[in-house]
Design a protein around this ligand. Sequence first.
Ligand SMILES: C[C@H](N)C(=O)N[C@@H](CCC(=O)O)C(=O)O
Ligand SMILES: [Mg+2]
Length: 365
Amino acid sequence: MKITDIKFAKLSVPLRTPFKTALRRVDSIEDVIVMVETDSGAIGYGEAPATAVITGDTHESIIGAITTTMKPKLIGRSIEDLNDLIHIIQNAIVNNSSAKAALEIAIYDLFAQHYKAPLYKILGGGEPTISTDITISVDYIDKMVQDSINAVEQGFETLKIKVGKDIGVDIERVKAIYAAVEGKALLRLDANQGWTAKEAVFALSKLENAGVQLELVEQPVKGYDLEGMKYVTERVHTPVMADESTFGPKEALQLIQMRAADIINIKLMKTGGISNALKIADIAELHNIPCMIGCMLETSISVCAAVHLAVARSHIITKVDLDGPSLCTHDPVTGGVKFNGPDITIADKPGLGIEQISGLTPIEG
Ligand SMILES: C[C@H](N)C(=O)N[C@@H](CCC(=O)O)C(=O)O
Ligand SMILES: [Mg+2]
């Protein structure tokens, strides 16, 4: 099976409610879909969101990086040579992690299709169903409480509460949500870099002293502030998870060696795809550091790849934040993964199992 072309399309899917974090507000998922065509007729699918405030990637940079630095080296190459193809993608350009992720996902999809097995089986196998949390956007306290109650009624047992705006209001937000759903849902916080280290210790200590039980706090301080992450990790009981502080395996290793976090959030759009995500999982396992599998604002194409990875590494990827498709008004993908409330199930089909994507607008590469 040889690569004959790489094409692009745009996929727009409105969100059910605006997604609001300390960093940004988004009303609609607008992602680049990558389609790798082969001489066998098989197509591999990948996806990349333009999360400029976190990864630095835009639609133009994603398409430009693939078209100018990766595509010319991949056309004519055989899908069976997976490791060579990964090497080409990872070394074609620095950074550009979302572009690398989208293309790698499509190549892994084809590799598994070639061997006629679901991707998670190629990655080592596992139980093909996992459960995700759901995000509660940062908002007025009453709205966040109501959104949390609604999520629990829909069957979600873990809520990812966005904070990181105003420290005083954040404390009240979390207390009010905890009072409303105590005993019915586990709470994890995500400050998306919005606090200083001292603010984080202040807020988390206040919550701990008030008896609020939190599963974890994600990225309390700026991504580059590893000393700040360490400061918080050393001073609070709540486990601290690194998100924006860890992109690839090198950052993961540095973070672990500094003891700057207790948990790592692996996202394909930060790692540059599946190969580096596997490396992080291995490094984390060596150091007994649990991981979360996370996503940006992605539909069930790239989230499908993340599910396959998480299933195949479930002994170290023990936490799941793959709610991108749950936040959308509809799922434009047929095949792939099926969402039923918090539960996500993999189709028993070769590769990612994606059959059709509706609403694609072709883009010239
Ligand atoms: C969608 C997911 N639950 C999430 O919160 N992901 C990111 C933010 C993604 C974005 O801003 O697009 C996170 O910080 O964990
Ligand atoms: Mg996060």
